[in-house]
Design a protein around this ligand. Structure first.
Ligand SMILES: O=c1ccn([C@H]2C[C@H](O)[C@@H](CO)O2)c(=O)[nH]1
Length: 136
């Protein structure tokens, strides 16, 4: 399943809109029921409105009614180059994950290819997070 999710993220990456950074990112988000939502980064001339690939996938899924997620695969690299480095999710995307995902079980798959990746839980990438539980 991880390999499939990485392939989907690499496909999603092709849609990245990156006229400013020229850094293309793709994400594939797996729901607990087995559906996959895709995301790419979408940049903006005012820079601030730029949306990361991970958040694009999350916001698409949540806006379609999804609330339960199992894993996300992410791959990023400069336009026109081989993927030679890992691109882990930024802090803002980790915080968005913390809103919807269980820190101990949600898997973040950071990939160069379906053969070359590592997996971390959200807890590992965002320890001691501030989340929905704080506002209960
Ligand atoms: O986890 C990340 C980190 C960065 N980006 C995007 C934002 C911007 O368009 C480009 C360079 O930061 O990469 C993502 O999509 N995901």
């Amino acid at each position: 399943m991880r390999e499939t999710l990485i392939k989907e993220a690499l496909e999603a990456r092709k849609m990245a809109y990156v006229p400013y950074s020229h850094f293309m990112v793709g994400a594939a988000l797996l729901t607990k029921e087995g559906r996959i939502y895709h995301g790419c980064n979408i940049e903006n001339a005012a820079y601030g409105p730029t949306n990361c690939a991970e958040r694009t996938a999350f916001f698409k899924a949540v806006s379609e009614g999804e609330r339960a997620f199992a894993a996300i695969a992410v791959a990023g690299a400069p336009e026109g180059e081989e993927i030679t480095g890992y691109a882990a999710p930024c802090g803002v995307c980790r915080q968005v994950m913390a809103e919807f995902c269980r820190p101990d079980s949600f898997e973040i798959i950071v990939a160069k290819s379906p053969e070359d990746y590592y997996v971390k839980t959200l807890e590992e990438l965002l320890p001691e997070n501030f989340g929905p539980a704080n506002l209960k």
